[in-house]
Write a protein that binds this ligand. Structure first.
Ligand code: GDG
Length: 444
């Protein structure tokens, strides 16, 4: 079997396996245990200038090869173009994008530098699998250096309608970058249609034929076991006791404007205002680790959520009941799994999301005999395959409130039927199936 080389902006720290928040690392965990592999990318550290040679750490059959980023590259490539322009654009939020020519130049420069650092480490029969919007140009840069290995690309986030994408300065060049890959994977059929249109519109029709949807999944059995085992942990027990029999509503999201958090908080406030029976009977826990805290839009989102949390609790709290428990620190994965199992409602309402693994984790964590209900945004990539969910428009706080009321009042029979309807989507479309089907397309 040929070696797998995974190229991604962030490489997980070999010392804290599985501890980090973020969908990409979770999804790839399986792929790197199946064969000899190298994981190549940014170390997460900055330095005076971007390193030319990676630092390698070998753990059995897996090698981590990482580069520090120069401070100016960090500002331009990572904050400026990847997070400041591509992230909002790909999530249909062109109005939030701040295009600056020097950021774009920095983005291309880092991609070229990464390719130059990886090329000497490649073996002729390696499979190179590059991930996400940080690295559109990477494959073409490797080709420029004479690398002929099979190369695949997977986009973890949505691809918007082509007219929107083509409004982005340099969109044509970015699409020509994608055309250098042998397989171009996206999360859903809608994303595939959008990307094919965009490629065709700029005369890259041949590449359009290499686009396919590979919906990402989770290791559902492992997550279920984690959730079951967590019930015996002291943290889970203490938390359970603190609920004193109240129904738990739970949300877990990185602090990001794509996750629909202000609208979600507004929806919960509407629930308490309009469906008064839930006052004192429901508790909402929102776990939202801060991410990209050095980007202005994320700081203002954080302030907005702080205000919402203060207002909701100020208005509705009782001396012995806090309606919203809001945390901006990360929670350990096993603890999170246990909390999810206790939740009567999983509240997942992104405005746009490539897939959303939390929705799948929530279903995996449930007790099949007495499961909770998933309230899910119709704009999450996960939604078409999860017919047992209560689907909502995440922009409509009233609809969120009505769906919460329905979910909190739902009889057990219906909860069981809905959970079973979501079962196949979660157990059938596993992380392993995802990476295997992508890799067999790439090897094909
Ligand atoms: C991108 C795409 C796509 C969250 N908070 C904590 C924590 N998490 C974990 C969750 C989940 C992961 O992080 C988040 O994954 P998502 O898929 O929900 O979202 P993104 O990070 O935006 O991921 C997304 C994904 O890539 C994969 O392709 O699905 O659409 O945007 O596993 O549980 N984990 C811990 N503590 C936390 O506080 N331990």
């Amino acid at each position: 079997m040929s070696r797998l080389v995974i190229v991604a902006n962030r490489v997980p720290n070999p010392k804290e396996r599985g501890a980090t928040a973020g969908g990409l690392a979770v999804a790839l965990q399986d792929a790197v245990t199946q064969r000899e592999a190298m994981w190549f990318g940014w170390s997460g550290q900055t330095a005076e200038s971007t390193a030319e040679r990676p630092t390698e750490v070998v753990q059995g059959r897996l090698t981590y090869a990482t580069l520090d980023l120069g401070r100016q590259d960090y500002t331009r490539y990572y904050q400026g173009f990847a997070n400041g322009v591509l992230w909002p654009t790909l999530h249909y939020r062109l109005g939030l994008a701040r295009f600056q020519r020097e950021d774009y130049v920095g983005y291309r420069g880092v991609n070229a530098a990464f390719a130059a650092a990886l090329a000497p480490l490649l073996r002729p029969d390696d499979l190179v699998w590059t991930h996400d919007f940080h690295l559109f140009p990477f494959g073409r840069e490797l080709r420029r250096l004479g690398c002929t290995q099979r190369q695949g690309f997977f986009l973890h986030v949505p691809f918007p309608p082509y007219g929107l994408f083509l409004a982005l300065p340099r969109a044509e060049e970015l699409l020509a970058d994608l055309a250098a890959y042998d397989v171009i994977g996206v999360q859903t059929e809608d994303d595939a249609i959008n990307l094919r249109h965009a490629l065709e519109a700029v005369g890259q029709g041949e590449a359009a034929a290499r686009v396919a949807a590979f919906p990402v999944g989770i290791d559902a059995d492992a997550f279920r076991r984690l959730a079951e085992r967590a019930l015996t942990r002291a943290e889970t027990r203490r938390f359970h006791q603190s609920l004193v029999g109240r129904a738990l509503v739970m949300g877990v999201d990185r602090l990001d404007y794509t996750k629909g958090l202000p609208q979600r908080f507004a929806g919960y406030a509407q629930l308490l205002a309009r469906f008064t029976a839930h006052r004192g009977r429901a508790t909402y826990l929102q776990v939202t680790p801060v991410s990209r805290g050095d980007v202005a839009q994320y700081r203002s989102l954080r302030r907005e959520l702080d205000e919402w949390a203060g207002r909701i609790n100020g208005q509705y709290a009782e001396p012995d009941w806090v309606p919203l428990r809001y945390m901006t620190r990360p929670v350990q994965r096993p603890v999170l799994a246990g909390f999810m199992r206790l939740a009567r409602v999983g509240l997942v309402t992104p405005l746009r999301d490539g897939m959303n693994l939390v929705a799948k984790e929530y279903v995996a964590a449930q007790d099949p005999a007495d499961p909770g209900v998933l309230v899910l945004s119709r704009f999450a990539g996960a939604s078409p395959a999860m017919p047992g969910s209560v689907l909502v428009n995440p922009l409509d706080p009233d609809e969120i409130a009505e769906s919460l009321d329905a979910a909190l009042s739902m009889p057990r029979e219906e909860r069981v039927a809905r959970w079973q309807a979501n079962h196949d989507a979660v157990w059938g479309a596993s992380a392993r199936a995802w990476s295997r089907s992508f890799l067999s397309a790439l090897e094909g």
